[in-house]
Structure formats: C-alpha cells, structure tokens
Design a binder for this molecule. Structure first.
Ligand SMILES: NC(=O)C1=CN([C@@H]2O[C@H](COP(=O)(O)OP(=O)(O)OC[C@H]3O[C@@H](n4cnc5c(N)ncnc54)[C@H](OP(=O)(O)O)[C@@H]3O)[C@@H](O)[C@H]2O)C=CC1
Ligand SMILES: CC(C)(CO)C(=O)C(=O)O
Length: 306
C-alpha cells in the first residue's frame, strides 16, 4: 500500500492497514523528516496505533515495482492536481482508493487513470493532526465504500476486508455516489456554516437562535439537488441528521479546523460542486449560493492578507 498524503486521515487508515499486516508506505511533504525519524504517534480509543511506515517517500519519487493499492488522502483543493500527485505511484495493475470528502471528486482522478480500478471511500471519523507526525483520533472511524461510479468489485471487497481486519467497521455500497450525497447532507451545510460563524461547533450552530432552521433549509437544498441528480433521499433524512448531530458532543468539523489553523478549505469539493450541479439541473439553492460566495470571499481576502 502507498498512502499519498498522510495527514490525519492517511496516517490513521495507514495504521489500520498496518494492524492488518499490510506493508504500508507513505508519501509525505512537510512531515517527511519527522516521520522518517520518529514514525507516526497516534493516540486513539482503539489503543496506541503509533507506527513506523515501511517506507517514507517524498512527493515525486518513483518505485521499481508499482503497489497493489494507492490510497489518496490529500485535501481536495482547486490548486492540487491529484492525478499528477498519484502518477508516480500508479502502475498498470494498481487499484486507486480515495478517502476524501466531497461531491464529484472522483472524476478528476478517473480521467487520468481510465484503466485502473477506482474505489471511493467516505470516512466517518473525528481525527486531527496536533503537530507533525502526531495524530489524535477522538471517535468513530467507519468507512463507507464502493467502486466508482457504482458496484462493489472484488478489489473493493479485498481492501474492505483489510480495513476490517485492522478493526474498522465497513459499509459496502452499490452506489458510492448516493452515499456521497448522504454525507453531503451533513457536510455541505455544517462545514461552511461553521467557518462563516468563526469556527462554531455543532452545538453552537444548532442552539443559537435561527441556527437549526438555517441548517434545515440548507439541508433541504442539498436534498433537492441530490434528487435532481438521481439520488433521492428518504423523507426523514433531515430529521435523522439533526437528531444524530444533537446526540454528539459539541464537534468542530474538518473545514472549521482548517479555517482556524489558516489552512486552505475544501470549498469546491464540499459546497461549490453541489452548487454547480444544482445549476446544471436548474435547482434553486439560494442559501448554498450565498454561503459559497461568502466563503470564496474569505479565501480571496485571506490570500491577499497573507
Ligand atoms: N480529519 C477528519 O476528521 C476528516 C477528514 N475527511 C476528509 O479526508 C481528506 C483528508 O483530510 P485530512 O487528513 O484531515 O487532511 P490533512 O490536512 O490532515 O492531511 C492532508 C495530507 O495531504 C498532504 N499533501 C497535500 N498535498 C501534498 C503533496 N503535494 N504531496 C504530498 N502530500 C501532500 C498534506 O501534506 P502537508 O502536511 O505537507 O500539507 C497532508 O499530510 C479530506 O478530503 C477531508 O475532508 C473526512 C472525514 C473526517
Ligand atoms: C462528518 C465529519 C464531521 C466527520 O467524519 C466530516 O466529514 C468532517 O469533519 O468534515
């Protein structure tokens, strides 16, 4: 296995594969020296998952023998060409696995590797990097996965079995695109809203006057876009999402953490692509459009200020 991008998600799921007995290599950028020297230190309710990867590479190195699986865990950002990033590590028979948030994020990779099997995964986990090479896994960890654009191939079952052997619950889905819409029902409202509210957690967003109503309205827009795109959701999907979120302790999502740490945010993957699909289908999404424009302004201003 080669993990391309081993921040919070890549290093955590790399640890899981290591527990399953896999040979796990990582491709790193800023953390190359630290991880080469000390490995990853991972605090987790599953136990101490700290490990030394079998090999640590820099971006752009090459391998004599291509791996069976390349697992892409970088943020989905407009300036990041994931196809180019993966290229050195993907051979003729390599299966590509994405563990990343967002809607319609597979196409850019599939276009570069049309002949390689592509497995798309959604992570339901709270994990973050606290310092270089140090990861804090707070809760959850389930992966939902399927072959892109649909079906469950043997390759998909094989990698799912490895994650399960490492202690992770897996949901296999015949339609990973529908699963992305279901996750988007949560991420598309909550992630941008938390940023525009200055890094608000879930309890603040739901309990502030007008907060839950706004989240529900944004969710209704996502439901309408998903349905127009061929992925209708159950009628109680919004109620269930709100009730589920209310049961969780106050939680800051990955975009809120990026914002608070001055890192680029996945605005297009999580919100912009939903707005673009709404426009293709002629679905009105005034709240999502407003959020997208306001977040884009924040990004532009941050770039000017830094
Ligand atoms: N964290 C979480 O709880 C959750 C995250 N997700 C999703 O998972 C995905 C990954 O997120 P997360 O792990 O949190 O993000 P992180 O920022 O923690 O990690 C991203 C990693 O990608 C690396 N990277 C980026 N560009 C390159 C490059 N050119 N070469 C080598 N490495 C590169 C970064 O390196 P560097 O440090 O040098 O920038 C970093 O190690 C995102 O799509 C996110 O939305 C989904 C659910 C929960
Ligand atoms: C659903 C959640 C909150 C964690 O899995 C997430 O996707 C995020 O933090 O962006």
């Amino acid at each position: 296995m080669v993990m391309v991008g081993a921040g919070a998600i890549g290093s955590f799921y790399g640890a899981i594969l290591k527990r399953a007995g896999c040979h796990v290599s990582v491709v790193l950028r800023s953390e190359y020296d630290v991880v080469r020297e000390k490995g990853f230190s991972i605090d987790s309710p599953l136990g101490d998952l700290s490990y030394q990867p079998d090999a640590v590479y820099r971006d752009g190195e090459t391998l004599e023998q291509a791996p069976d699986y390349v697992i892409c865990c970088v943020k989905v950002l407009p300036g990041v060409d994931r196809g180019a990033l993966l290229k050195p590590w993907v051979g003729e028979h390599t299966r590509i696995v994405l563990i990343e948030n967002g809607i319609d994020i597979e196409r850019a990779v599939a276009d570069v590797f049309p002949a390689n099997p592509l497995i798309s995964c959604l992570a339901f986990i709270a994990v973050s990097r606290t310092e270089p090479g140090r990861i804090e896994h707070k809760a959850f960890g389930q992966l939902t996965m399927g072959t892109w654009p649909d079906g469950i191939s043997d390759d998909c079952r094989a990698i799912a079995a490895l994650f399960e052997a490492g202690g992770i619950n897996i949901k296999l889905s015949e339609s990973v695109v529908a699963e992305r819409w279901r996750k988007s029902l949560w991420n598309t409202p909550f992630n941008p809203l938390s940023v525009l509210a200055g890094g608000a957690d879930t309890v603040t967003m739901l309990d502030t006057e007008g907060g839950e109503a706004l989240v529900r309205e944004m969710m209704a827009e996502v439901v309408a876009v998903a349905a127009a795109d061929g992925h209708p959701m159950p009628e109680d999907a919004i109620d269930k999402n709100i009730a589920g979120t209310r049961k969780m302790p106050a939680y800051r999502n990955s975009m809120a953490l990026d914002y608070l740490n001055g890192r680029p945010m996945e605005i297009d993957a999580i919100l912009g692509n939903v707005v673009a699909i709404a426009q293709q289908h002629g679905v009105a999404v005034p709240r999502l459009e407003t959020m997208r424009a306001a977040l884009a302004m924040r990004d532009v201003q941050a770039a000017k200020d830094n």
